[in-house]
Design a protein around this ligand. Sequence first.
Ligand code: NAD
Length: 475
Amino acid sequence: MSTTVPQFEHWIDGHPVPPVSGRHVDSTSPHDGELVFRVADGSAEDVERAVTAAHRAQPAWGRTTTTERSRVLTSIAAGIRENIDRLVELECAEGGKLPVPARIELLIAADYFEYYGSIVRTLAGDTIDQGPRNLTYTRHEPYGVVAVITPWNGPLNQGSRGIAPALAAGNTVVLKPSEFTSTTSLELGRIAAEAGLPDGVLNIVTGLGSTVGVPLVSHHLVRRIGFTGSVTTGRAIGRIAAERVIPVGLELGGKSPILVFADADLDAAARAAAMAVLVNSGQVCSATTRLLVERSVQDELVRRIGAILDGKRPGADFGPIVTSPQFDKMLGMLATARQEGAHAAVGGHKYEDGVPERGLYVQPTVLTDVKPDMQVAREEVFGPVLVAMPFDTEDEAVTLAHATEYGLAAAVWCGDAARGIALAHRIEAGQVAVNGGVMGVETPFGGYRTSGIGREKGIAALYEYTQLKTVSVTL
Ligand code: NAD
């Protein structure tokens, strides 16, 4: 084992803490399979230490004023920006990201802290008239210790999306990042401490879902869970939360449609469809990877998307698949799609030329001749695979949009904004972008149907991390 490989420990009570087991696991680069880091392999004992620290720190943090919390969160945002080069390097090394999109994602992580640091100053209850000799009012109080669990595709970005509103609301946090991409979350511990966050307010325990995630969500001192990941894990966590009667936010998977009508700006729609498979190689929960297109323009649109994807270079224009189980699953889904009669108009295979032997690269792919009941049309691929299906009428387009169990996001491209708005209202999805749209940290985000429960982002998330108390005083 090389001694030069950087080793990362848990972050507990304001310090790096080696795992009780003494074990670390190897983290390899999806670019080329090389060992890049060794990361603490957590256990229930480490979770116990982190939750205890968070529980001890919470009363004092919860009593700080919103102005005090605002200052610390704003300093954390500044700290992320100051450390941006190192954070980009880490996420590129272990997460296979490309430097430019990684930087954009990580700057958004800073935005979450700045945004919640700002809006927490508006957190206010109501007064309720109960007669002249009475004062009745409401307070938004923290839950206490909050568990935040994140997936591998946007490590610090998704962590910050939950941590920032949770801390702003006066909770303390134990974060469990994905075992595949842990390092930037651990760096956040140090950055937050340097920004003045008191010890124990943010703790990070790395390791597997079974050995860290389960003890964390089951811990009797954890009072709320913010989970981002797959539907399967979300269901398992939801069952534990139901048994414990604690609230859980579930940000789960998607298979989001992009509807393109014949009168749309086809070049802009083609660019948007191509970006869905290029950005993070399609490993984005809200990626619009089901192309529903008015039949008369289907061939032309697929041709234009192909022209954009053609010649894109692995490692320069798109990155690898982050984990080898996901890589194998995706190649299996492509093989099944071919057997079921789909045809790859673009790509369709593992990328072989010019990539390292152990690089997990899949060609950006557009499948045609896809039927709504095929596996590749219904299930989340979580990779660079766009499936194209034609429609003849608006009703048919909406029926196709609803032909999966998911409801995370949708996009509509058409020449008439009023039609776009009407469709946005009809489609069952948590966020719908018409002709591009803009969705910053201020916009609520979450799923309809099996894509989840609750909302992250926007002011809605601040309230998700508070519980409402009514105080009534007879005067
Ligand atoms: P995953 O569900 O396998 O893992 C997510 C996290 O949960 C990891 O940290 C994992 O270690 C942990 N975990 C696993 N089993 C657990 C258990 N039983 N108890 C507690 N924790 C457990 O998901 P993934 O493969 O890392 O991520 C990909 C999925 O995440 C995709 O489905 C994608 O759509 C979804 N996702 C959703 C959003 C969103 O905002 N809606 C964002 C990004 C990714």
